[in-house]
Design a protein around this ligand. Structure first.
Ligand code: FES
Length: 142
């Protein structure tokens, strides 16, 4: 029984270590349940959103694809990760979002920096409440 508990603690420590590495953030999605087409995220619960440059991958229940929540210098951008060229999933790489398929590059607001994509990533309206919640409206989301 002690061996099982020790193994559990080792696995839990490994998971916590992976979650704390910035480069591993893309491996983990935070599941959320939309209510009336809106997702609410208490920012204080997500240290990766505390500073510009951080980001969080969010998986709304029932949605086919996740969202990227990116901390900017002056707020947040909530973007679809689906490349507007041919639909591959882009990766957050520091100040840019890169498509692994044909190299399209976007900035952290979803604007195209380099093609072949010609249109920006889909961006969802997001506001921060006085209570520190990021409120994202999922309008237009497939
Ligand atoms: S699908 Fe992203 S660059 Fe082609």
């Amino acid at each position: 029984m002690d061996v099982d508990r020790r193994r559990f603690l080792e696995l839990a420590a490994g998971v916590l270590a992976a979650l704390s590495l910035p480069g591993c953030a893309s491996l983990v999605s935070t599941r959320v349940t939309p209510v009336d087409g809106t997702v609410r995220l208490p920012i204080r619960n997500f240290p990766q959103l505390a500073r510009p440059g951080g980001y969080l991958k969010v998986q709304p229940d029932g949605a086919a694809t996740p969202l990227y929540v990116l901390a900017l210098d002056d707020g947040y951008a909530v973007l679809s990760p689906i490349c507007t060229h041919l639909g591959c999933t882009v990766n957050v790489e520091g100040a840019r979002l890169l498509c692994p398929c044909h190299g399209s590059t976007y900035d952290r607001q979803g604007r195209v920096l380099r093609g072949p994509a010609e249109r920006p990533l889909q961006r969802f309206p997001a506001t921060v409440t006085a209570g520190g919640e990021l409120v994202v409206r999922l309008e237009g989301r497939p």
